[in-house]
Design a protein around this ligand. Structure first.
Ligand code: PLP
Length: 418
């Protein structure tokens, strides 16, 4: 029996185990659902207002507006800025499709800026060169649970009078220099998609803002722009968060910090194990890079390994779940062909799309499972001696980065790859 077959004979390690989470809080969830059913206030019921208060406080923001999904949180924020045909929005190509998709759905043009190869977030120093008279907003994404380098982004946005819409769908509770994800720009957009750190039992989302005027506009757009009922001031949509989802997310919010701490502990343990097996020292595996003054909430634990696809096949054979986020960067998506982007336009994003894989990091993951995952990666590398060769250096337009991209981040906010 091969090592891989032997390992897969043991119980498998899924990428995510929502049943484990549910079984721990089942009684509270059922009670919350029961209350909604008893009240029959399914549309913008009391649980929605309660969740809005809770999320606003959690994010350190004055206002929170519950919406139908993370995608709609982005869309409604762009609509609130009046963004449409002829406008440009600067964002990253290395993200879930919804980021650029929501811009394009409004007839505006997503203008991409490549990522920093270590944090996978937009390179702030490359933004200004893309600003034109048509630019209306910057949409940084806090990918995998770590904030983008926001100070230089806010600085360039302020100088050019641009709105900042944070795509914080993967980063609830993440912090940048003491500030919470979503609270730094004009809008912060969250998703309650079930796989997120704070997930519902279906779709849901939230927009946070400190601006009372923008908050009122978002509330209006959420209900087809109607105020009062049946009198439509603006062209909005049905972007309401279901009361049932809000009730469930309210329960889960009580556990969020505890779950985040478990994810962070898993990330620390991964580092120890990968260091012990030599994969880090040889450069065969690149671990997630943590900025010094950031609170990384590890929605995903993403490593860089080559050949990535072969590793994924091996992990599958070992019964270990993994996922590629995202195999095709936004600028190369077929539906964006008309924007005229080509292969090699954003080398860091394309390389990340080809070389990275996310390993399980959900809170309930057992230590034995973590060991098993790292062993499975170690077996793969041992079987392919060539894979132990260090990665070619990460290169940007500015030159070789050596893993410490001086042009990507302020020197005070970045630490070593701990
Ligand atoms: C970065 C990012 N943006 C936007 C979204 C869209 O959120 P939703 O799936 O709730 O529409 C997601 C989640 O899938 C995401 O990860």
């Amino acid at each position: 029996m091969s090592v891989a077959t032997e390992r897969s004979a043991l119980s498998s390690v899924p990428m995510l185990d929502l049943k484990a989470q549910y079984s721990a809080i089942k009684e509270e969830i059922l009670e919350a659902v029961h209350e909604v059913l008893e009240n029959q206030q399914f549309i913008l019921g009391p649980a929605v207002a309660e969740l809005e208060r809770n999320i606003a406080a959690y994010c350190g923001c004055r206002h929170a507006i519950g919406v139908s999904s993370g995608t709609d949180a982005l869309l409604i924020s762009l609509m609130a800025e009046g963004i449409g045909p002829g406008d440009e929005v600067i964002t990253t190509p290395y993200t879930f499709f919804a980021t650029a998709g929501s811009v394009a759905r409004l007839g505006a043009t997503p203008v991409f800026v490549d990522i920093c190869p270590d944090t996978y977030n937009i390179n702030p120093s490359a933004i200004e060169a893309q600003i034109t008279s048509r630019t209306r907003a910057i949409m940084p994404v806090h990918l995998f649970g770590q904030c983008a380098d926001m100070d230089p982004i806010l600085d360039v946005a302020g100088r050019h009078n641009l709105a900042v819409i944070e795509d914080a769908a993967q980063a609830i509770g993440a912090e940048y220099c003491g500030r919470r994800a979503g609270s730094m720009g004009h809008y912060g957009c969250f998703s309650f998609f079930p796989s997120k750190n704070l997930g519902g039992a279906g779709d849901g989302g939230m927009v946070v803002t400190n601006d009372p005027v923008r908050a009122d506009t978002l509330r209006l757009l959420r209900v087809h722009g109607a105020k009062p009922k049946y009198h439509h001031q603006m062209l909005g949509g049905n972007f309401r968060l279901d009361t049932m989802q809000a009730a469930i997310v309210n329960v889960k919010l009580r556990y969020l910090d505890q779950w985040t701490a478990a994810r962070q502990a898993h990330a620390k343990r991964y580092r120890e194990l990968f260091e012990q097996n030599g994969a880090v020292a040889t450069g065969a595996v690149r671990l997630p890079y943590e900025m010094r003054e950031s609170r990384h909430i590890y929605n995903q634990f993403v490593i860089r390994v080559e050949p990535r696809d072969d590793l994924q096949t091996h992990l599958r054979q070992c019964g270990v779940g993994s996922e590629v986020y995202y195999p095709v960067p936004a600028h190369l998506q077929r539906c964006f062909e008309a924007f005229g982007y080509r292969e090699h336009d954003f080398p860091n994003s394309e390389r990340a799309a080809a070389e990275t894989v996310a390993l399980p990091v959900y809170p309930e993951l057992a230590d034995a499972s973590l060991t098993r995952i790292v062993d499975a990666v170690g077996d793969f590398l041992a079987a392919r001696k060539s894979a132990w060769l260090p990665h070619p250096p990460l290169v940007d337009a500015g030159g070789i980065l050596n893993g410490f991209p001086a042009e990507c981040s302020s020197p005070t906010s970045i630490s070593a790859n701990l």
